[in-house]
Design a protein around this ligand. Structure first.
Ligand code: PLP
Length: 431
């Protein structure tokens, strides 16, 4: 195809998208896309910049969820955008298949291992592929290194969230009907323990235990922060009892909690055997995820053991390489620490004046605002907040998740705080 035809199509494509009315866009989504998500708004997002989303109606709203922490760098970070434009302009290959080497994966691989301190990275796409690959690696280790006879067990925590594939669907709490119902039977070899309860782990571990998977702070489960020392103690227990520790940093990673990874709050002794990453590793530009581990472990996965057509493809690698640079250039960890401290103070002050706020918890720029149960639930407040101009989304009915883009300026954050103030201050219990 000649360049002029392609250029003409590209221009028309943007015009066509912009010409759709809000109602038309929603109607098309509802008639052609599976209804596995409920829509919070019927006003489509047509532009996104930093922490702001621009809607078809002309409204501008604050993204207080940062695409579930995939947009820690904000939307459309200029460094990643420019890198992507240059990549496309250079006619670099976008996808090849991993049997062919390319310089983009080479650069990304070096960068991601340098920044995380692990020997090797196994690239994938969606976040859930991290835990899936980690389970395969842990089982292979259990069979080949630990010498487990029969089924190796992997422990997981109550209230956890590791994604939506069949293996991890069984990990939802029993009362999570929409997530669990009708999807059984479950894969064997998985066992539940209470989150933040070391004694429960000790009691569950036996000679069949391959690994435990834990979120260093639970996101979907309601921003649950474990006791100081829990993560380090898990690692120590793993060493003593000969099982692997997997930390799922898909949501907590890349500065969200005020360290590059949340386990780092507990020092170098809290380093896991396997770490899952995703979301902001690409600055929100593409699905990029994967697992990190040291050579002794990762060498158990040779050719043919695991793979993905798009995992580690050149375009994703270029994007992720640029995003990791942006995370460093922006001093994102420092930003999350400073703004996080300031925000926590402001949110605590608000909580004192707002009877419906039971507790504010979190770390860095990851906050959970827990509501009392004597009135409308979190979804009601999410809708009110959206009316005011901010997305601050409910999880588990009674907790609002507030995880704004880390690059959001103080003025932007003041806007979000103002929305919370209007919705909560002066609310009386039961209102
Ligand atoms: N693990 C954690 C801790 C998550 O929070 C998520 C998504 O929210 C996932 C895994 C799954 O990521 P994805 O939705 O990209 O598959």
């Amino acid at each position: 195809m000649d360049a002029a035809t392609a250029h003409d199509f590209a221009r028309k494509l943007i015009d066509e998208a912009h010409a759709l009315s809000g109602d038309e866009a929603v109607a098309l989504i509802e008639s052609h896309i599976a209804h596995n998500y409920g829509l919070l708004s019927r006003d489509p997002v047509v532009k996104a910049e930093g922490p702001w989303l621009h809607l078809k109606s002309g409204r501008k709203i604050f993204d207080g969820v940062a695409a579930y922490s995939a947009a820690n760098l904000g939307h459309g970070h200029p460094l990643v955008r420019e890198a992507l434009k240059a990549f496309l302009g250079s006619h670099a290959p976008t996808v090849l298949g991993r049997f062919l080497p390319d310089p983009w994966l080479a650069l990304f691989g070096r960068k991601v291992t340098q920044m995380t301190g692990f020997d090797k990275f196994l690239p994938a796409n969606g976040g859930v592929e991290g835990p899936e690959a980690a389970f395969k690696l842990a089982r292979r280790w259990a069979h080949k290194v630990k010498g487990v006879k029969g089924t190796p067990n992997i422990l997981y925590a109550s209230h956890c969230f590791h994604g939506r594939t069949l293996t991890v669907t069984q990990m939802f709490d029993e009362d999570e009907k929409a997530a669990r119902e009708g999807f059984g039977p479950w894969a064997s070899g998985f066992k539940r323990v209470e989150y933040n309860d070391l004694a429960a782990v000790e009691a569950a571990v036996d000679e069949h235990t391959a690994a435990i998977i834990v979120e260093p702070i639970q996101g979907e489960g309601g921003i649950n922060v474990p006791d100081e020392g829990y993560l380090r103690a898990l690692i120590e227990l793993g060493r003593r009892q000969n099982f692997l520790v997997i930390f799922d940093e898909v949501q907590t990673g890349w500065a969200r909690t005020g360290e590059l990874f949340a386990w780092q709050h507990e020092g170098p002794d809290a380093r896991p055997d396997i770490m899952c990453i995703g979301k902001s590793v690409s600055g929100g530009f593409a699905p990029v995820s994967g697992i990190l581990a040291n050579d002794a472990l990762m060498s158990l996965l040779g050719p043919g053991s695991h793979g993905s057509t798009f995992g580690g493809c050149p375009i994703s690698s270029c994007i992720a390489y640029a995003a990791l640079h942006a995370i460093e250039e922006e001093k994102l960890v420092q930003q999350a620490q400073e703004k996080g401290e300031w925000l926590m103070e402001r949110l605590q002050e608000l909580a004192e004046r707002a009877p419906r706020i039971k507790e504010v918890r979190g770390k860095g720029m990851m906050f959970g605002i827990e509501l009392t149960k004597d009135g409308p639930d979190g979804h009601h407040f999410t809708e009110l907040l959206l009316e005011k101009g901010a997305i601050i989304k409910d999880t588990h009915h009674w907790v609002l998740r507030f995880t704004p883009p880390i690059v959001a300026g103080k003025q932007d954050l003041e806007f979000a705080l103002g929305c919370l103030e209007e919705v909560f201050a002066g609310q009386t219990a039961g209102a």
